[in-house]
Write a protein that binds this ligand. Sequence first.
Ligand code: UD1
Length: 366
Amino acid sequence: MVSITFIAGARPNFMKIAPLIHAVKKQQKEGEAISYRLIHTGQHYDEKLSETFFRQLNIPHPDANLEVGSGSHAVQTANIMIRFEEELLKNPADVVVVVGDVNSTLACSIVAKKLHKQVVHVEAGIRSFDLSMPEEINRMVTDSIADHFFTTSEFANKNLKKAGIEADRIHYVGNTMIDTLLANQDRLRKPEVADELHLEENNYFVLTLHRPANVDEGEKLAETLRAIMQNAGGKPVVFPVHPRTASILGQTGLKYDNLHFIDPLGYLEFIYLIKGSFGVITDSGGIQEETTVLQVPCLTLRDNTERPETVDIGTNVLVGTAIPDIEREVKNLVSGNRKTGRVPELWDGEASDRIIRKLIELYGEE
Ligand code: UD1
């Protein structure tokens, strides 16, 4: 029997965990000896950042919720470690699977490894080489102690090889987030705001910003929004606001006729909105991948990306965070310069099946 503990902590984890659990269930139906527990660390706890995703993506109710909540990085990481250690001692598993790069990923990898479990990292090896991003530290630490590495890109494979990881521990399987994207194409839901704001297909922008570098300083955030709004050609800009950004925005008192702040959307509504948009402006990691697959132009307001394939062959433009660059690229897109692209290899909806089959091969009994 292969026993797996899956870790899910924050919003971008949920769309990566969902297809993995569906793939386990498929193998169980086919008679494979594989069992799992799902642990929610409680890093994200708002209904809109967490519960909605479980419901919409048919993720089973977690077997345990560690309810760590918010805090400084040290407090949050430490609380996850303390509570996950107890959980894993009470309910041991052979393999702990962590996804992505959030604090829960880091905390649970360390705990699992110190309890001599096998640690498997899904979305391993990607790097921004920017240690001012907490996610980069989380990726580096997790990859320094993981046993097996499931990757989304050749870039990730190269980074891991360069770090001295043996080739037989690196498995290029594709992208679990894209598994979820493709599996839900027929279930997408028009959000109510689309009608309320009279959005016309292909004639509005979707904007998301939540990285500390872009939102933690009110004046910088205000300048960024000004650069976008003055060059958006009058197109409505819909901005689902992350709680972190909301608290700063409240202080800026900003207002533009065409800029619409809305609550965070569910997965099915958010993908519906970006799929029908003229373009997306973001500082998110996952959205760079989703827009590349949906063939929607994406302007990434960051100085680096850990997902360079979305720029090299996809629809993503790495704009940077300087105001003149943002102005130029928004103007450029509005004037009709739309980047087209291809979908990276193996981003085909089958990554999770590949991962679970590999785990059975690695850890199943002979
Ligand atoms: C986390 C991830 C980031 C990911 C993002 C997606 C880390 C280091 N960062 O950042 O990689 O892109 O999630 O959303 O793990 N808050 C709420 N309700 C919640 C959760 C958080 O109001 O359910 C507030 C907290 O009070 C906190 C802020 O949002 O002040 C940030 O939350 P946190 O989980 O620490 O990091 P994110 O910025 O969400």
